[in-house]
Ligand binder design. Sequence first.
Ligand code: MC0
Length: 140
Amino acid sequence: MFMRIDHIGIACNDLEEKIALFSELFELEVVAREVNEEQGVKEAMLRIADADGGGSYIQLLEPLSPDSPVGKFLAKRGEGVHHVAFGVPDVAEAMSKIGDKGVRLLDERPRHGSMDSKIAFLHPKDVGGMLTELVQAAKS
Ligand code: MC0
């Protein structure tokens, strides 16, 4: 069902500082930036690769407030990998298939994600401790 890894989301305290770090270390380019109020984040996408079904990225996430998902994560665990996002052709179909397997969906319907994608999250406790995001890229 999964086509690819769409992105790895990394929680950080200072977005600009981590953009500078990742750009410098890995020579990655920032291809999108957004404030996503619904998710409580300010984020940037750094492109790793392009592919027909959608690219792959490092996503840097700074919380908009301490009580947002990323704010709580930072307080509890500190900076680091926050989630892994799998690219799927149809996010609603993937939600339905995975929900039928007993995995708790954290979203009842697809939500707006980076670069006009449609996204949905799966509970980390049902996926081996990994917060998992399903992403339908805008162009797929
Ligand atoms: C919490 N837990 C995690 C985790 N966050 N485990 C792995 N990775 C994470 N990121 C664990 C906690 O340690 C805890 O385990 C258990 O899950 C429940 O966590 P909690 O602290 O009791 O509950 P909350 O209130 O922090 O909620 C956690 C939950 C929430 C994952 C349900 O953060 C959520 O709904 N996330 C989905 C939305 C999201 O993360 N949005 C930000 C990215 P223990 O063992 O201690 O009980 S938005 C994004 O990425 C968009 C912009 C995009 O891609 O386009």
